[in-house]
Design a protein around this ligand. Sequence first.
Ligand SMILES: NC(=O)c1ccc[n+]([C@@H]2O[C@H](COP(=O)([O-])OP(=O)(O)OC[C@H]3O[C@@H](n4cnc5c(N)ncnc54)[C@H](O)[C@@H]3O)[C@@H](O)[C@H]2O)c1
Ligand SMILES: [Zn+2]
Length: 379
Amino acid sequence: MKHAHHLKTSRLTVPVALGQRSYDIHIQEGLLHDLGECLQQTGLSGRVAIVTNPLVRRLYGGTVNASLKRNGFRPLFIEVPDGERAKTLHWASKIINQLVAQRFERSDILVALGGGVVGDIAGFAASMYVRGIPFIQVATTLVAQVDSSVGGKTGVNHRLGKNLIGAFYQPKMVLMDTHTLRTLSKRELVAGLAEVIKYGVIYDRHFFQYLEDHMEEILKLHTEPIQYLVKRCCEIKAEVVAKDERESGLRRILNYGHTVGHALESLSGYRKLIHGEAVGIGMVQEADLAHSLGLCSSAVVKRQRALVQKAGLSDQLPKMTFSEFWTAMQHDKKVVKGDIHCVVPKAIGRVSVISLVQQSVKQWFAQNQSRRHPSGAKT
Ligand SMILES: NC(=O)c1ccc[n+]([C@@H]2O[C@H](COP(=O)([O-])OP(=O)(O)OC[C@H]3O[C@@H](n4cnc5c(N)ncnc54)[C@H](O)[C@@H]3O)[C@@H](O)[C@H]2O)c1
Ligand SMILES: [Zn+2]
């Protein structure tokens, strides 16, 4: 039987250059149907365990299962719960228990089928089991396709902090079927767009302009702009990671929007912002801060604000006190010896890293809040 959507688009491939650990990212509409073929083409053989969650399995487990069986693999599905609560040592060891029970060996394969949560925990389990088994990412959310499945960071959360436990462990291959984005909720899609916009600001003003020009089609999931943006984001992340795999310098620019973003996530309480939503606000606010420090023009802020809004994201700082804000920023992992490092835009497409001085952030914050809440601004 022919799969009509195989003919829709050609396959885009982005190489990730990491010496011995180099691998390819393949992007294509309908690519899920070719998982089995792709595994064979990379020369991998043996048994295949697929780590996923109940929701993603219901949507795509059948396709994956059929493709693997057609190519002579006998797939074993391993489920973790849906959502961030699966990212624990407990669930990582549950995955490992199943691999032990099935006597998986070092040449067998672990596939992550899902978003960033499944990718992070499955990659971490793959890195630990018999000191590492071949690992494949099949990314099914926009966040996973433009960010989490590329770069080799894997891990789980600790009770006292996100992503505190983990390893750098590169996959052997990453597959992105852009068709899977069609079942994603609007909210998850839009949150992912914050990270997409981020790549434009930190690295590529032409890409930023492309997003300005094509946001309507992107939101309607038109194939061509979606494939292009996934590819461009992967290229940028791959380039940054190839230059600084273990985040000793350049890779930090990927944290643009995240200093304020993480603070907002931790402060948002019951009206929970999801990560990308916090990053959307974080980018605009960090740009606004940079402008107030004389580091960029007001146009740099305006264009980001407009694009973030066009994507359907908020750009507003919620009402809070300065001490709440400052304390929340210090809980960020990137705080070294009390200094808060922050990525700031110099222009669209160019950023640098600065150390934040409490007094000047306080001044900016007071102005910012009085602009937003003219009566009764608190500091
Ligand atoms: N390793 C990294 O470099 C890196 C980078 C960024 C984020 N992350 C991590 O990624 C996680 C966030 O990833 P995420 O945003 O993909 O969240 P997620 O994995 O929780 O997925 C979001 C939701 O979408 C569902 N889903 C997945 N694919 C779907 C599809 N095709 N259709 C419908 N629903 C689908 C999931 O079941 C889940 O409910 C966080 O834990 C974060 O720490 C890691
Ligand atoms: Zn992020």
